[in-house]
Design a protein around this ligand. Structure first.
Ligand SMILES: C[S@@+](CC[C@H](N)C(=O)[O-])C[C@H]1O[C@@H](n2cnc3c(N)ncnc32)[C@H](O)[C@@H]1O
Length: 374
């Protein structure tokens, strides 16, 4: 069995463990911003195709003591790189972490790249070119506690880029975070799902895709492992076919959202079309003050503007009060979840939260507040 590490946004490690176990991963262990697990090549493909939370999945090749550049160069050369890359394949190296001496990720990644191409030149008399944007092989080096871990990045572009969202609102949630929030809420496909501030539609679209059992990786053009030397095309094609065959045709309950901005709604509809669910997930234009509940009960979820990314707005306090009033008066029987990065603003909602969970939206520490609306 191979040793893998899936990376995830800080704080989502326990949810990732649940997700990896549900996909059949073995020996899943939470780590910092990720989880280690074991499995075969089929599991690697499956996690890339089906996992809704991680950014990327790394396949571990080697781990060794490493304090200085020379340790790193020698350690990288312990691997026979001809098993993974030929000189006519392109290469990129990304680095994270540090030691006292190796504290510039740019230098660390250069050192790893130099060690690999030096070995190639000795072996073949020629070497791989570097392609930072679209390499055939992406190598990852992680330094921590004077140890180096060398891995291959099987995902390529971050997995949160599902491929269905060419168009984005002003402050869109990452697709993986939207999906994590939905998982945290415990929403089930037989419950209505509604976002009254939906922007480019990320939350309703992720709920819709979950409900329809659409694999989140189906819209991506490419995964890193597709240009690996051991790429199993037949296995991958079979997995894609199985994913297409198991999709549901219809939603079991209302899923949709609204926003006051007609331009972001054009984006939401375009994103829905890209996923092929524009006839199922409903978007409409409405001011928050005019929003009505689409059904008697369900899960409402939104991330209102909180000043960090949509610009300072002196009326945001009044906006949060309006949100609280709308929830209280029009959504009786619903459970609401509001993600906010500003505690002072959140208090303007004026409702008692049933729970609060810390969640990072990028580098911003937010709270996911839950309100039971009676
Ligand atoms: C932070 S964005 C939501 C982003 C969304 N979750 C996404 O992934 O694209 C907040 C949204 O609230 C909308 N909004 C702000 N004030 C509003 C109001 N008074 N009524 C309705 N929508 C409003 C904005 O147009 C914006 O799209």
């Amino acid at each position: 069995m191979n040793q893998y590490f899936a990376t995830v946004a800080k704080g989502l490690e326990p949810l990732l463990v649940e997700e990896l176990e549900s996909l059949g991963a073995h020996d899943v262990e939470p780590g910092f911003c990720g989880a280690a697990f074991k499995g075969d090549r089929a599991l690697l493909y499956k996690v890339n195709l089906w996992a809704r939370l991680p950014f990327r999945v790394l396949k571990r090749l080697d781990e060794f003591d490493c304090e200085i550049g020379d340790d790193l160069f020698k350690g990288v050369q312990r691997t026979d790189w001809s098993e993974y890359i030929t000189p006519d394949h392109t290469l990129a190296v990304s680095a994270s972490g540090k030691t006292d001496e190796l504290n510039h990720t740019h230098f660390t990644s250069l050192q790893v790249k130099n060690a690999i191409v030096h070995q190639q030149t000795e072996m073949f008399g020629e070497r791989s070119n570097v392609d930072k944007d679209n390499p055939d092989l992406r190598v990852n080096v992680h330094l921590q506690y004077d140890r180096a871990t060398i891995s291959l990045d099987s995902s390529g572009d971050s997995l949160h880029k599902r491929g269905y969202r060419p168009a984005m609102g002003a402050a869109p949630l990452k697709e993986s975070l939207a999906s994590a929030l939905i998982q945290m809420s415990g929403w089930q496909p037989d419950q209505a799902f509604f976002d009254p501030l939906c922007g480019s539609g990320t939350l309703p679209l992720e709920a819709g895709l979950r409900s329809l059992q659409v694999a989140p990786g189906l819209f991506r053009e490419r995964f890193g492992f597709e240009s690996w030397l051991d790429y199993d095309d037949a296995l991958w094609e079979q997995m894609l076919k199985e994913a297409e065959d198991c999709q549901e045709e219809d939603l079991r309950a209302f899923v949709g959202g609204c926003d006051r901005d007609p331009n972001v709604l054009i984006q939401a509809n375009s994103n829905a079309t890209k996923c092929g669910i524009e006839h199922l997930v409903k978007f409409s234009q409405s001011e928050l003050a005019d929003v009505e509940a689409p059904t008697d009960s369900g899960i409402l979820m939104c991330n209102p503007p909180y000043g960090e990314r949509l610009g300072k707005d002196t009326d945001l306090g009044a906006f949060y009060k309006l949100l609280g009033d709308v929830l209280k008066q029009r959504f009786k029987g619903w459970t609401a979840y509001v993600l906010s990065g500003n505690k002072a603003l959140s208090s303007n909602i004026g409702l008692k939260s049933a729970s609060r969970a810390p969640v990072y939206n990028g580098s911003i520490l937010c709270q996911l507040m839950k309100y039971e609306l009676y």
